[in-house]
Design a protein around this ligand. Structure first.
Ligand SMILES: C[S@@+](CC[C@H](N)C(=O)[O-])C[C@H]1O[C@@H](n2cnc3c(N)ncnc32)[C@H](O)[C@@H]1O
Length: 201
């Protein structure tokens, strides 16, 4: 962490420039929020060297595992914010991202804790600000109530649409999908997932 994190960390102390962060010709910039141990971030960035990947995770052990894998594989298209996604979203330039993935966010199942869920009107406004028009916010959960919560929030957002083609196949993962660590645990425990795709207007 001491040696390598600084070379991949996102510095939020000043204006954030994606050109400075990813000094190569990139076809897209994607953000994964709450990457856990970073398996997906590392797999995706290995497969797509043309795409710039931002990852965000406040849990230090997860960041350490991701940083170790990024270093071992000498991936130069990954940058990591070791902290809250909302701080990163606030620092990103408007219309700078081609995709946001929010995969199995902490469900906070008790009603009195629902306000801790990351999906909120403010979060969606922040996500909408940084996403390019026509680009996707992808959300997966194994918790029925969080699926309903997210659909309710998105349906009152003026910035996103849930395209007509998607409601029919919301139980089908995205093309080329590999289940995340959390999803595999949910499957073992008998909980299927919902995969919601929202498009920035
Ligand atoms: C249930 S885990 C899922 C991890 C991974 N996405 C997966 O599917 O295996 C939720 C993750 O979101 C992270 N998280 C919680 N609050 C967050 C926040 N405000 N910003 C970014 N990540 C957050 C947690 O630390 C945790 O690693």
């Amino acid at each position: 962490m001491a040696d390598f994190l600084p070379s991949v960390a996102v510095d939020l102390s000043g204006a954030l420039s994606l050109d400075a962060l990813f000094p190569f010709t990139r076809t897209e910039v994607r953000l994964e929020i709450g990457f856990g141990d970073g398996e997906r971030l590392v797999e995706q960035s290995s497969q797509r060297p043309d795409v710039a990947f931002l990852g965000c995770e406040p849990f230090l052990n997860g960041v350490a595992k991701a940083v170790a894998a990024v270093s071992d594989r000498a991936l130069n298209n990954v940058r990591i914010h070791s902290g809250d996604a909302r701080d990163l979203l606030a620092a990103l330039p408007a219309g700078s991202l081609d995709r946001i993935e929010l995969l199995y966010p902490d469900p906070w199942p008790k009603r009195r804790h629902h306000k801790r869920r990351i999906v909120s009107d403010d979060f969606l406004a922040a996500a909408a600000r940084v996403l390019k028009s026509g680009c996707e916010l992808r959300f997966a959960t194994d918790i029925d109530d969080y699926c309903a919560w997210t659909l309710a929030h998105l349906s009152r957002s003026k910035d996103f649409v849930w395209p007509a083609s998607r409601p029919a196949d919301w139980l089908t993962p995205w093309e080329g999908w590999s289940p995340t660590r959390y999803e595999m645990k949910a499957r073992r425990e008998g909980r299927p997932s919902a995969y919601l795709t929202f498009v920035r207007k």
